[in-house]
Design a protein around this ligand. Structure first.
Ligand SMILES: NC(=O)c1ccc[n+]([C@@H]2O[C@H](COP(=O)([O-])OP(=O)(O)OC[C@H]3O[C@@H](n4cnc5c(N)ncnc54)[C@H](O)[C@@H]3O)[C@@H](O)[C@H]2O)c1
Length: 415
């Protein structure tokens, strides 16, 4: 068994459900929210720590990062320095400078680094990869990835305690990996350039006055991939919950269904180029390629099992996983460079390839441009979380948020 410690007992808990089958054992937990930490520690009967440095001294092989979204890189770097393999929740880095530092550290330590991106491992996304790799639709020329996750105000507040919580301050381009990663995985392409626009909350949206949120409702990111194709990704707060992926190739297209069962897929060929044995349209429900029994019982459409599985496999074999540090920072770069682009009405920004390039690392090693409050407050000329400026929070939203935060036992200074 690979001994694993988890930081962040919110999302971090879900790792446990498939860890054993993947060959991993939870041995320690770390969180600064003591009540939650104690409860989860008792539930799994493992050691608990409120101090990350002490936690890293625990006897373990690997660390899973499920702490705050925008603080993964420094925690990953510390874990790598302590000789641990790292699997990080999205996102890998929050600045381009962090991308350089993280890539350097993974190379220097030789430890396994994986982004825990689970959406590529949905049944239909794995099936799309199988079909694509077999040449079913030729080469991607255009793709779409959509991750839409609207929620009622109460749910959102209870998931984001504190005015400075990352979910209340995250620009609309930043939660992009669930939309983009499946397209990269299906087609083995990498992003090279972005143009993005952010979409503000409409004043007709009843949530606008009720949420303590400083960022925009959504963004559209156009990404040029390294095979010259273009993909469009959207997320996250648009109404119409769901995940959809679609790829147009040089001889066909495929997608998961928008109507009825979104677990089903549609593969489409045009009549004029049908090959023998092919049909114009196939609609069916795919199954996992392997370990379906376990995957079907785990979260996020089985994706949570496959991230555990591939992380453990990488540690056992010593071979970096598919979502290695280079793909991880490339996706974060799409979010960051995309947000720069959105500030200039969609101007193009490059997505540098950090692999094998000292010039790229030199260029970005001091690029600390970042909209998150703790970066903005310590350096000049930083962007706000919305491209439309420093959005006000209404008194009504503050009052409602405090009520919800008290209900979940939050005792921070904001209540
Ligand atoms: N892949 C997925 O499907 C999926 C789903 C949910 C969340 N996530 C990701 O998981 C991460 C965590 O999400 P969440 O919703 O649980 O976030 P959260 O903000 O609710 O929880 C983060 C936890 O980390 C703890 N923490 C923060 N700083 C710490 C520190 N210095 N030391 C110890 N503990 C610390 C907090 O107390 C909190 O309990 C995020 O990156 C999120 O994007 C991924």
């Amino acid at each position: 068994m690979i001994k694993v410690g988890v930081i962040g007992v919110g999302r971090g808990r879900s790792f446990v459900s498939s860890a054993k089958t993947a060959g991993m054992e939870l041995v320690a937990l770390c969180d600064t929210w003591e009540e939650k930490l104690d409860a989860v520690g008792k539930q799994f009967n493992v050691s608990t720590y409120t101090d990350y440095d002490k936690f890293l001294e625990h006897d373990m092989d690997a660390v899973i990062l499920a702490n705050y979204f925008h603080q993964h890189a420094p925690f990953a770097i510390k874990a790598l320095e302590a000789g641990k393999h790292v699997m990080s929740e999205t996102t890998a880095v929050i600045t381009m400078a962090e991308a350089v530092a993280l890539v350097n550290k993974v190379e220097e330590t030789g430890k396994i680094y994986m982004l825990a991106e689970n959406y590529p491992y949905f049944k239909y996304n794995q099936e799309m990869r199988r079909l694509y790799q077999a040449g079913e639709i030729g080469e991607m020329v255009y793709g779409e990835g959509e991750y839409l996750h609207p929620d009622p105000v109460e749910v959102r507040n209870k998931r984001a305690a504190g005015f400075l919580h990352w979910r209340n301050n995250l620009p609309a381009t930043y939660y992009n990996t669930h939309a983009l990663a499946p397209l990269m995985h299906i087609t083995d392409t990498m992003p090279v350039m972005v143009n993005a626009l952010c979409i503000p909350y409409s004043d007709k949206d009843e949530q606008i006055d009720l949420l303590p949120k400083k960022s925009d409702t959504s963004s559209v990111i156009l990404t040029r991939m390294n095979n010259h194709s273009v993909v469009r990704t959207i997320g996250t707060d648009l109404r119409g919950h769901g995940n959809w992926y679609r790829i147009h190739g040089t001889r066909g297209s495929m997608e998961n269904l928008r109507t009825m069962d979104p677990q089903m897929m549609r593969v489409r060929h045009d009549r004029f180029e049908l090959k023998e044995g092919e049909v114009e349209e196939k609609i069916y429900k795919p199954e996992f390629p392997f370990m379906a029994d376990v995957a079907n019982t785990t979260g996020h459409g089985g994706g949570d099992f496959f991230t555990d599985y591939y992380f453990a496999e990488a540690i056992r074999t010593g071979v970096q996983p598919y979502f290695d540090v280079y793909k991880a920072v490339a996706m974060s770069a799409v979010a960051i460079q995309g947000y720069k682009s959105a500030h200039e009405n969609g101007a193009p920004y490059e997505i540098p390839d950090f692999k094998n390039s000292n010039a790229v690392r030199e260029k970005y090693k001091n690029d600390n441009w970042c909209p998150m409050p703790e970066f903005r407050d310590v350096q000049p000329n930083q962007p706000f979380a919305s491209v439309y400026g420093d959005l006000p929070i209404t008194e009504k939203a503050k009052e409602l948020a405090r009520k919800h935060w008290v209900e979940i036992g939050y005792r921070g200074e904001d209540v």
